[in-house]
Design a binder for this molecule. Structure first.
Ligand code: BES
Ligand code: ZN
Ligand code: ZN
Length: 491
């Protein structure tokens, strides 16, 4: 396995002396002369020509003092600072450190931010950890990460926020590692192992996994129809996080964990089929969120369900036209075996509704190619039965920069998903279009009366444009920061 991030972050006050470091990073607002710590000096022309615009950088050798080199990064205009700029500034610093083989970096953040200090710090911590993340590779000699030690010298509030941000950032990079790992090394049983590891790391988290036998007993014929063609058995992972004091709210997260989606008998074209290793990104987001919960300990009970399976063609695969029965008794005509995500989510949602009975549930799934057409790679689509819940997720999208945009489910879409020989069919009629909405309409049959939101992350889970801390044809870990922000607000 390639390297993840092995850097250690520590904190110091602004009154402490800056100690020896390979790179000193100064985050500086627009329109102010950069304020260097005492004892550090850089060429005068560098400081005077630096404007501090958002993402502006200036890199120089230090003339004197404990730092080898100094990197100035602009924050733009403040009050409050744009958090996305802060995240990106921290990520730029981590990348510059890596490029110059720096082993130690000190962030010098001398800013009076009042109430926004914690949020600023959190964005800094997130950007730093996400920016330092390296893609998992499987080369004979994987490249070692140079960055080992980071010191953040700042106010108490910014440092406290940065601690939180680092935990959230690690949740994000945990999800990305699972996403980027190829499907022969991230099988359903590997997802189960990752869930168990998370539970081992926290006294407040437990993990269990229902195997195919247990799911059969519960009548999960919809989920089990998907794994029939694969030699890898399916599981339903169930993680539970219980806070120290009794929680007022219980939230259930459900993530699609298709470790490879070939399409099954309705097989996909071969071009870019390799990307279907990312079809477990919803599951990765749920596991990444639990990874973060272990460090954050918020006052809310959280359940995480990850139905995980492969979708493969085989003599025993489910066939177009087959009718299967979900655990809530509804029968489904499988008209296209490539619309499998909704089949595994159906039984997971029904299980949540029947046995967990949460106050709200949120599913995340790389569910439809149609959402990529509608919203592209920068926006996640949200649908559901509760405007309050989708509004909350849109708001968390604004805070975290993981943008979320509402899409409708109308009665017409629900009507269209009714089957002819089964209660439901798993694809809409050819003339209906709105593939993301009909998928949402299908899911709405499995949530009962529970407030529910469905996040279609097919566009945002990978392939996003560069934001310094993410981007390109690799996993984004989308959902983790969004969900953590949402959960933090559930008290
Ligand atoms: N995993 C895919 C959705 C997908 C496609 C995600 C492309 C990201 C990029 C899903 O299982 C699927 O195949 N959906 C079909 C549904 C269709 C058959 C109704 C799709 O979107 O084409
Ligand atoms: Zn599919
Ligand atoms: Zn799929």
């Amino acid at each position: 396995m390639g390297i993840a991030c092995s850097m250690k972050i520590s904190f110091k006050t602004l009154s402490a002396k800056v100690t020896k470091t390979d790179l000193l990073v100064l985050l500086s607002p627009e329109g102010k002369t950069p304020k260097l710590p005492s004892g550090v000096s850089i060429p005068k022309s560098v400081a005077t020509s630096f404007l501090g615009k958002s993402r502006e950088t200036r890199f120089t050798d230090a003339i004197d003092g404990p730092a080898e080199r100094v990197l100035l990064i602009g924050l733009g205009k403040g009050k409050p600072f744009d958090l996305e700029t802060v995240r990106r500034a921290a990520a730029i610093a981590a990348q510059k450190a890596e490029k110059t083989d720096a082993a130690s970096v000190t962030f010098w953040v001398d800013l009076k931010l009042g109430k926004s200090a914690e949020d600023f710090g959190q964005a800094l911590g997130e950007g730093l950890v996400m920016g330092a993340h390296r893609l998992v590779d499987f080369k004979r000699s994987p490249k070692k990460s140079s960055l080992k030690r980071v010191v953040i010298q700042s106010s108490k509030e910014i440092s406290s926020g940065a601690k939180t941000g680092a935990i959230v950032g690690e949740g994000n990079t945990f999800a990305r590692r699972l996403q980027d790992t190829p499907a022969n090394k991230m099988r359903p049983k590997d997802m189960v192992a990752e869930a168990r590891k998370i539970a081992k790391g926290s006294p407040r988290i437990t993990a269990k996994a229902l195997d195919e036998k247990a799911m059969k007993k519960l009548g999960m014929g919809s989920l089990l129809s998907v794994s029939r063609g694969s030699s890898e058995p399916a599981y339903l992972i169930h993680l539970v996080y219980k806070p120290a004091k009794k929680a007022k709210r219980k939230i259930c997260l459900v993530g699609k964990g298709l470790t490879f989606d070939s399409g099954g008998i309705s097989i996909k074209p071969s071009a870019r089929m390799d990307e279907m290793k990312y079809d477990m990104s919803g599951g990765a987001a749920v596991l990444g969120t639990f990874h973060a919960l272990a460090g954050l300990n918020p006052d809310v009970e959280v359940h995480g369900l990850v139905p995980t399976s492969e979708n493969m063609p085989d003599a025993s695969s489910v066939k177009p036209g087959d009718v299967v029965t979900a655990s809530n008794g509804l029968t489904i005509e499988v008209l296209n075996t490539d619309a499998e995500g909704r089949l595994i989510l159906a039984d997971a949602l029904a299980y949540a509704e029947k046995t967990i009975k949460p106050d709200a549930m949120i599913d995340l799934a790389t569910l439809t190619g149609a959402v990529v057409v509608a919203l592209g790679h920068e926006l996640t689509g949200v649908m559901g039965n509760s405007k309050t819940l989708s509004d909350e997720l849109v708001a968390s999208g604004q805070t975290t920069g993981e943008l979320v945009w509402p899409l409708p489910i109308i009665d017409f879409h629900k009507e269209d998903m009714k089957g002819s020989v089964g209660d439901l069919k798993n694809i809409g009629s050819p003339s209906t279009g709105a593939g993301s909405c009909t998928a949402g309409a299908f899911l709405s049959n499995f949530v009962g009366e529970i407030p529910w939101a469905h996040l279609d992350i097919a566009g945002t889970a990978w392939g996003a444009t560069s934001r310094d801390y993410q981007g390109g044809p690799v996993g984004t870990g989308v959902g983790v920061r969004l969900l953590v922000d949402y959960l933090k607000k559930q008290k």
